[in-house]
Design a protein around this ligand. Structure first.
Ligand SMILES: [Zn+2]
Ligand SMILES: [Zn+2]
Length: 235
């Protein structure tokens, strides 16, 4: 049986014929679901590009280890946001994750993914201040507690409600701290969310399907896309 595009086979049913293997997660991707980075030739799928944008926005920490270690297994380790990497060491083993300096940098290096995800990204950009505000609110125990019993969050992760509550609270505290210090880039975060929603084939302005959200590699993006996607589409 011939290999096909991961997204077309499992998520979106578009073109199927793969043109490359994602450097981030190892899946085959077609020309509609993955693209080379024009600055460094990394071939990256849309799913992993959402993670790169999230790291670029300073929401996510880069992984501790370079991706593609065979002993980790495919999709094995969810990156824990707990332990920060040393900010002063300028990258170790050479396989540092490429990040985007600005939304324009992303759009220039990923023209196909940027243009395919444009409508999603624009919707998140319009709503990003409200979303960041709501995310900051998650640092309060009661708010995080409510979220952990929301079925949209409960379906996202393997962990129990207490785990969801803890993760939500940590995410809220981190976003609050980063936003207060002016570290967080809301526009790049909006782009990360838009690319994530596009990559799982969500309808613009519609509630993404939980079964598809679970394909996103970054746990924070799973939580945010599941709970805070702006809903504008008429049901
Ligand atoms: Zn495809
Ligand atoms: Zn990938």
């Amino acid at each position: 049986m011939a290999a096909g595009c991961y997204s077309c086979r499992t998520i979106s049913k578009k073109a199927d014929d793969p043109v490359g293997t994602c450097l981030g997660c190892g899946v085959f991707a077609c020309e509609l679901d993955g693209e080379r980075d024009l600055s460094n030739q990394d071939f990256i799928c849309g799913m992993c590009d959402s993670t790169r944008l999230s790291i670029s926005s300073k929401l996510a920490q880069p992984p501790e280890e370079p991706p593609g270690r065979p002993e980790d297994g495919p999709g094995g380790g969810v990156v824990s946001a707990g332990v920060p990497t040393s900010p002063t060491s300028g990258g170790g083993a050479g396989a540092a994750i490429a990040t985007y300096g600005s939304p324009e940098d992303f759009e220039g290096r990923r023209p196909m993914i940027a243009s395919s995800s444009k409508a999603h990204r624009e919707l998140y950009r319009q709503e990003i201040d409200r979303i960041v505000n709501q995310l900051e609110g998650l640092r309060a125990f009661g708010v995080a507690q409510r979220v952990s019993s929301d079925s949209r969050a409960a379906g996202l992760a393997e962990f129990d409600p207490r785990g969801v509550r803890r993760a939500a609270q940590e995410l809220g505290a981190q976003i609050h701290a980063d936003n207060t210090r002016g570290v967080l880039s809301p526009v790049l975060l909006a782009d990360a969310l838009g690319v994530a929603a596009w990559a799982i084939n969500a309808k613009v302005g519609g509630q993404p399907a939980i079964g598809k959200i679970r394909h996103l590699p970054d746990p924070d993006l799973r939580l945010i896309v599941g709970l805070y996607t702006p809903l504008t589409a008429v049901a």
